[in-house]
Design a protein around this ligand. Structure first.
Ligand code: MG
Length: 318
């Protein structure tokens, strides 16, 4: 009886450790066919939170936020959205500051055994700078299974042919230093034209996935169907950004459409990340301005988008 009890206790402790240390549980991720899998080749679904632009919300780029999102919100992946252009004090203007923001997040993810997406948060193509940046990241962090590279947040104007060329150049560079970590690549029109990827995927590399972004209040059945069709054509899809709001990040929250997205992603075993941990006066922002920079956050500073995201993470990341 004593022995049984001790086995039961060991089992409970093991399960708890696994539940709170995704990288310990799943290890070096890999893509098999159209599916993200763990080190053993078992399908895995990551679900998590994207920080907002580093240059607008640098205050949330700290190690305690990573721990709060993992331990309190149950995120298994955290996305560091490094602003490259558009908003001032971006990576192009001030690379030192950008690295000062994202590196503590990457290091905290490694320490806490949670996956981290290094997101080149751009809407325009800057091949040389991206190549330089990802070379540094791969050299420094490629040996850690925690790290996922996202090469291009949301292309707006570029054709898929141009994006393929861009991706090929950067993947070639990353693979010189990191042979295996997952690489995410965007597709035309804010990551919605996944059907163009399905017609002509990037060839010659392993562990590549393609990003689809949705905002539940704007993007409905047609985009869910488009995602499913691409997956059925063999395309590995990762929803590296999504929101419960309209595509602007503001406006109506559509819980019904969000649930349809969650149901579809669960069915297809698609990983997702929700936008964003920020304190702007818009409906996708998860926190109020008076929320602390570290968390854990009490109920009264978490906005509706944050409460919904946290409830999905607690429900599905069990
Ligand atoms: Mg590696």
């Amino acid at each position: 009886m004593k022995k049984l009890l001790s086995i039961a206790i060991t089992l409970i402790i093991t399960l708890q450790v696994q539940a709170t240390a995704p990288v310990k549980q799943w290890g070096q991720l890999q893509v098999i066919g159209n599916q993200l899998c763990d080190q053993q080749g078992t399908p895995v679904v990551l679900r998590g939170v994207s920080l907002g632009w580093h240059n607008i919300w640098p205050r949330f780029y700290n190690k305690k936020v990573v721990k709060t999102l993992k331990d309190d919100w149950n995120a298994t992946v955290i996305r560091a959205a490094m602003g490259v252009t558009t908003v001032e004090d971006n990576y192009m203007d001030n690379p030192t500051f950008a690295l000062q923001c994202i590196e503590p997040v990457i290091k905290a993810a490694i320490k806490n055994n949670v996956y981290v997406i290094i997101d080149w948060h751009s809407h325009e193509m800057h091949t040389a700078k991206a190549k330089e940046f990802f070379t540094i990241m791969a050299q420094k962090y490629g040996k850690y299974p925690h790290v996922i590279y996202e090469l291009y947040n949301e292309p707006v104007e570029d054709s898929w042919e141009d994006l393929k060329q861009y991706a090929t150049e950067i993947i070639t560079e990353i693979r010189k230093y990191d042979p295996d970590n997952i690489i995410l690549m965007g597709c035309p029109h804010w990551d919605q034209d996944i059907h163009l990827v399905a017609e002509s995927p990037i060839k010659g590399f392993s562990n590549i996935m393609y990003t689809l972004h949705f905002y539940a209040s704007t993007h409905k059945e047609y985009l869910r169907d488009r995602m499913e069709a691409a997956i059925k054509q063999g395309i590995p899809v990762f929803v590296s950004e999504s929101g419960v709001t309209e595509a602007s990040g503001n406006g109506k929250i559509d819980e019904e459409s969000q649930q349809l997205w969650l149901d579809r992603m669960e069915k297809l075993k698609v990983s997702w990340v929700c936008w964003s941990l920020s304190d702007k006066d818009e409906s996708c922002s998860m926190l109020l301005p008076r929320a602390t920079s570290t968390g854990p956050w009490p109920e009264d500073v978490i906005k509706r988008s944050g409460k919904l995201t946290r409830s999905y993470l607690r429900k599905y990341n069990r």
